[in-house]
Write a protein that binds this ligand. Sequence first.
Ligand SMILES: Cc1cc2nc3c(=O)[nH]c(=O)nc-3n(C[C@H](O)[C@H](O)[C@H](O)COP(=O)(O)OP(=O)(O)OC[C@H]3O[C@@H](n4cnc5c(N)ncnc54)[C@H](O)[C@@H]3O)c2cc1C
Length: 355
Amino acid sequence: MIEADVAVIGAGIAGVGAAYELSASASVVLLEQEREPAYHTTGRSAAMFLTSYGGERVGPLTAASRPVFDRVGTLLRPRPWLVLRDPAGPDGGHEAADGDSLEPLSPAEALALCPVLRPEWTEGAMLERSAQEIDVLGLHQHFLGGARRRGVRVHLSTEVLAGHRDRGSWLLDTTAGPVRVAAVVDAAGAWADVIATRLGIEPIGLTPLVRTAAVARYSAADQNWPLVGDLAETFYFRPEGQGLLISPADETPADPHDARAEELAVALALERVNAATTLGLRSVSTAWAGLRTFTPDRDPVVGPDPAEPSFCWLAGQGGFGIQTAPELSRLAASAVLNGTGEIPEALSVARFRDA
Ligand SMILES: Cc1cc2nc3c(=O)[nH]c(=O)nc-3n(C[C@H](O)[C@H](O)[C@H](O)COP(=O)(O)OP(=O)(O)OC[C@H]3O[C@@H](n4cnc5c(N)ncnc54)[C@H](O)[C@@H]3O)c2cc1C
């Protein structure tokens, strides 16, 4: 029988962050169904830190996470974010966040940053000058290595199959045998509602949305080009190794699964990037897809379930789960150790239950 104070389910960025934060004051087991951690969404992101992304509730989480990135020291490198307006499209898309730092650019300034833009796409461009590219695996390793050093036991290839309350604690049934803990943190990404259901907790209504990315062959990219995307979020690209990381910014609802890139989505990414630039991209060297999982209001959910306070949610991180991981992990750990005091109402589970 594995025993601990807390079981964290899922070893993506959310789970390792929570395990790290909790391990300062509790004994923790980290349970991951895959043979390696960060196999799902965490290992498949575009690795950006964008202060102006995600809306008014996400902005403060991103800002509060920044000191951790800075303290570790090697996790960020400058990659400004250039936001274009589709000359033929509607304006909407960007929801201003707290600390929003998008500044207007002239067409000449936009072209100076990325000379392959078609001139008609440079009207009304904006720039987040302070945006950064994240060393995602570096952050994951910072949390996981730190957690291990503080005694967290990591069980890979360990799927949580079921669980119930038993004599005042949780008894989990896993593929590695029974686990007894006082509290559970559900950091299972696209599977967070599945975990809740398996443990007899009411699901929230999370929706995993497939997002595709690929590396297009293009050897002449300037490594200093910004991340370039459009306001309505229908594509983006940035330098990546010897090519360009491209995405059609797709959002296709799916059940939790091991997502794969569809040829059509990759073709759409090539087409949309080519429509805004003179790049003339034709093929990709690699492509992948991941599940960005959203709550019904697209803000993340963190903290204890009102029906069972020893079950803590840490889910719905959508397209901002890396850049907000330090602060969301800290909030989850604080909720488990000290109660709900620090959890803003707008991020709590109660907002869904009341409705
Ligand atoms: C293409 C793409 C681009 C993105 N770009 C960015 C970006 O630029 N910046 C940013 O901040 N975010 C970005 N994101 C979002 C970010 O990647 C996610 O928000 C984040 O990785 C979610 O982390 P997680 O730990 O919740 O989920 P995951 O990494 O999916 O981890 C959940 C883990 O739970 C495990 N699990 C599930 N069920 C069980 C079970 N029953 N038992 C045990 N373990 C279980 C899974 O195996 C998995 O390892 C992007 C995502 C995609 C797909």
